[in-house]
Design a protein around this ligand. Structure first.
Ligand code: COA
Length: 336
């Protein structure tokens, strides 16, 4: 058995900055409401024709591969997490393989676990490496939300929260099993599937043909729906549980955390967790103020920024934790 370690990290966000004031010009909202409820000051939106979920993932991955100090031909497998793929099918994993010019027939897996997608992706990659099947696995989280949101007052409870961007990590075989990814912990509760969801078009309740036939301007089924307060209440409980589960599995406690990277769902959720575990500001990294909630991309973007800022050093205990649509949630415990 081996461990896996994160050998390279990268992120990419589109240049176009959209402030809260910019949003208040197209819907009835304001900077004060958004900042008070979510901590978000601005987010990035792709300008049509410039980037896609795949192209952002490719740019983040190029950086991660370069920093891992390997040739792109050494990538054995791709895991791509997103809820906003370029195409309905095929998923973006194979598009990255093609556009990045990775080895021509390596496997590519698409993960559909929304805000927990990167944590699920890391867990999958870790198992492949632990078992000896692969040596270098590329894990990407990328989202292009902005052009699938209801940017009117009707959609303001959701639209102000989400932003575009991508992050990537290369996981590499580590022979020293006291280092790298120590454990991963995954959960779901499908009972609440529709509380944070995008129903249409799908092969369940709203078919493409239904939408075309109805041609109803009041139809909101193809916009994301979120029961905000219910999501918030579940998030704080599940984040806490899954972080503790990971720590306990490794005979560690909250005081051992050097850096917690929570999925950037809402600054108030991160602050709640920080307070609950008695962590100081240096032990938790947040950048939702700049990028909003970028779903599967939020953890790798935050992890990369924290690492680039020198906030993560060799030997540190790093904890990743996510919660989101599904509901799904999970944690990753890393000895850096
Ligand atoms: N600007 C101004 N007013 C807004 C608004 C916006 N962008 N969005 C909603 N409102 C209004 C509502 O219409 C409502 O008005 P009313 O009282 O006249 O009906 C009022 O603000 C309160 O709405 P509510 O939805 O109850 O607000 P909230 O305090 O629950 O905050 C969230 C909304 C979404 C910020 C909050 O529920 C939240 O953060 N939930 C968790 C979301 C999350 O983390 N999602 C990602 C999970 S991965």
């Amino acid at each position: 058995m081996y461990n896996s370690r994160i050998s390279g990290l990268g992120f990419y966000v589109p240049e176009n900055v959209v402030t809260n004031d910019d949003l208040s010009k197209v819907m009835d909202t304001n900077d004060e409401w958004i900042q008070e409820r979510t901590g978000i000051k601005e987010r990035r939106h792709v300008v049509k024709g410039t980037d896609t979920t795949t192209s952002m993932g490719v740019k983040a991955a190029q950086k991660a591969i370069e920093r891992a100090g390997i040739d792109k031909d050494e990538i054995d497998f791709i895991v791509f997490a997103t809820l906003s793929p370029d195409y309905y099918f095929p998923g973006p994993g194979v598009l990255v393989q093609r556009d990045l010019g990775l080895k021509r027939t390596i496997g590519a897996l698409d993960v559909r676990n929304q805000c927990s997608g990167f944590v699920y992706g890391i867990s999958v990659a870790d198992q492949y490496i632990k078992s000896g099947m692969y040596k270098n696995v590329l894990v990407i989280g990328s989202e292009l939300h902005s052009h699938g949101l209801d940017m009117t007052t009707r959609g303001r409870g959701v639209s102000v929260i989400f932003g575009d961007g991508a992050g990537a990590a290369v996981l590499t075989r580590e022979e020293d099993t006291s280092k790298g990814i120590l454990s991963t912990h995954l959960h779901s509760e499908g009972q609440h599937a529709e509380e944070l969801s995008l129903i249409a078009p799908g092969m369940g309740k709203r078919w493409v043909n239904d939408i075309i036939e109805d041609n109803d301007p009041e139809d909101t089924s193809y916009f994301p729906h979120m029961n905000g307060q219910f999501v918030f209440k579940n998030a704080v409980v599940r984040f806490s549980e899954v972080i503790m589960e990971g720590l306990q599995k490794n005979n560690l406690g909250p005081q051992d955390i050097d850096m917690l990277i929570p999925h950037q769902a809402n600054l108030r959720i991160s602050q709640f967790i920080q307070k609950k575990f008695g962590l100081n500001d240096d032990q938790v990294f947040n950048n939702i103020m700049k990028y909003g909630n970028t779903t599967a991309a939020s953890i790798p973007i935050a992890l990369t920024e924290a690492w680039e800022a020198g906030k993560i050093k060799e030997g540190d205990l790093v904890v990743l934790a996510a919660f989101g649509s599904g509901f799904t949630w999970g944690s990753v415990i890393i000895r850096w």
